[in-house]
Design a protein around this ligand. Structure first.
Ligand code: URA
Length: 212
C-alpha cells in the first residue's frame, strides 16, 4: 500500500523530501485527489471537454500551505496533463526557485481544468461550471494562502471584473483563506519589465504561507 502511495506521489511531482514525511492524512488526500482527477476526465459540464486532449487536475504537495491558481491549461499542459509546464509555467517555476523554494513544496492548479480553444480566456459560465472541482481541491488540500495568477483566476473567486495591475499584491479574505492576487506569468512573457512585481507577490505569498 505504502509503495503504491509513494508511486502516486512521484507521479504527481512530489520528491523524496515529502515522501519521507508522508503520513496517513496525506494518503487520504492523495486518494481523494486521484478520485477528483478521474471525475474531471469524465466531465462534460461545459463545452471545453470537446476540445481537450485531457483535463488537467493540478499537481504538487497534498499538504501545501500555498496553492497557485492559474486560468486554464494551455497547449503544453493539455498535451502533458500537467499544470504550468509551458513557457509561462517555466517562468513561474523559476520565480518560485528564486525565493529559495521548490515548486513541489506547493500545489499548482487552474480554475478551469480543460484548455479553451486557442487559449482564449474561459467565459464566466465555463468558470462557474468548473469551480466546484477547484473548491473540492481547496477543501482536500486546505492551503492557508491562495495565490491567484491573473485577472481571470481572480474574477472566478471574487465574482467581479478585476484590474490585476491595480489590485495585485493585495491580500483579501475568501472563505477563511487569504487570497493574494498577482500578474499571470504569461503577462510577464509579454511585459518582461514587470517580472519583479510577480516575484514580489510570489515571495509575499510564500512568506505568508510559511509563517506561523
Ligand atoms: N496558463 C495557465 O493559466 N495555466 C497553465 O497551466 C498554463 C498556462
Amino acid at each position: 500500500m505504502i509503495d503504491k502511495y509513494l508511486k502516486v506521489l512521484k507521479e504527481i511531482g512530489i520528491d523524496e523530501v515529502f515522501m519521507e514525511t508522508a503520513n496517513h492524512e496525506s494518503m487520504d488526500k492523495v486518494k481523494l485527489l486521484e478520485e477528483l482527477g478521474k471525475e474531471i476526465q469524465e466531465c462534460k459540464k461545459c463545452d471545453l471537454y470537446k476540445h481537450r486532449k485531457q483535463a488537467v487536475l493540478g499537481e504538487g504537495n497534498p499538504n501545501a500551505k500555498l496553492m497557485f491558481v492559474g486560468e486554464a491549461p494551455g497547449a503544453d499542459e493539455d498535451r502533458l496533463g500537467r499544470p504550468f509546464v509551458g513557457r509561462a509555467g517555466q517562468l513561474l517555476t523559476k520565480l518560485i526557485e528564486a525565493t529559495g523554494h521548490k515548486r513541489e513544496e506547493f500545489y499548482i492548479t487552474n480554475v478551469n481544468k480543460c484548455r479553451p480553444p486557442g487559449n482564449r480566456t474561459p467565459t464566466p459560465w465555463e468558470q462557474e461550471a468548473c469551480f466546484p472541482f477547484l473548491e473540492r481541491q481547496i477543501e482536500i488540500i486546505n492551503p492557508k494562502i491562495l495565490c491567484l495568477l491573473g485577472a481571470a483566476a481572480a474574477r472566478a473567486f471574487l465574482k467581479r471584473p478585476v484590474s490585476i495591475t491595480k489590485e495585485r499584491g493585495e491580500v483579501l479574505n475568501w472563505n477563511g483563506k487569504k487570497l493574494i492576487l498577482t500578474l499571470h506569468p504569461a503577462y510577464i512573457l509579454r511585459n518582461p519589465s514587470a517580472e519583479e512585481l510577480l516575484f514580489e507577490d510570489i515571495k509575499k505569498a510564500i512568506d505568508l504561507a510559511l509563517s506561523d
